[in-house]
Design a protein around this ligand. Structure first.
Ligand code: HEM
Length: 150
């Protein structure tokens, strides 16, 4: 194995990919919960200020880097195996769901910017429900990636 192929080792790429997925899911599950607390808090109060700060930090330190690394190392895993997965149905279904997860991330970030300005367009209940959506999508993604049913 030369230095280049060592860098692109399939198992290492896949391991880093799954670690990035863990951090991504932690972020996607925590952020709506912060938004729920923020939406339920007194406008201009201490809790609102703390939740705005926590949401910004979570996004900058965990969520955005984890999403980027999930994509980079997911694609690197496939590159290390000659893109073989892209010829399979489960991978197309997985990618479609991952694009939805990525869209959800963009939606969260946009809503977070509005919430930081004090614009509460959604209810606390809405954000509590949104808490479950990424988890349900992730269950389907993991089943597709591990079981490879079609
Ligand atoms: C961002 C785009 C993504 C790409 C391009 C990608 C690509 C890949 C590839 C090529 C593999 C190796 C599959 C194999 O041959 O066994 C893999 C494994 C895996 N991926 Fe992804 N993935 C992405 C996002 C995700 C997301 C968002 C999740 C979870 C929510 C996820 C969960 C997994 C898991 C659990 C494995 C390990 C499966 C196994 O090796 O048995 N991936 N991914």
């Amino acid at each position: 194995m030369n230095d280049f192929t060592a860098l692109l080792d399939y198992d290492w790429m896949r391991a880093i990919h799954v670690i990035a997925v863990l951090a991504l899911m932690a972020g996607l599950l925590m952020l709506p919960r912060f938004y729920a607390y923020q939406t339920g808090s007194e406008p201009g109060g201490e809790l609102e200020r703390k939740m705005i700060e926590a949401s910004k930090k979570l996004n900058a330190i965990i969520l955005t880097p984890a999403l980027a690394l999930t994509w980079i190392f997911g694609l690197a895993t496939s590159a290390a195996s000659n893109w073989i997965q892209f010829q399979m149905g489960w991978m197309h279904a997985k990618l479609a769901l991952v694009v939805i997860l990525t869209g959800l991330y963009a939606y969260y970030v946009a809503e977070g910017a509005r919430l930081a300005k004090g614009e509460r367009r959604r209810s606390e209940k809405f954000w509590r429900m949104m808490n479950e959506v990424p988890f349900l999508i992730a269950i389907a993604v993991v089943i597709l990636a591990v079981v490879e049913p079609f």
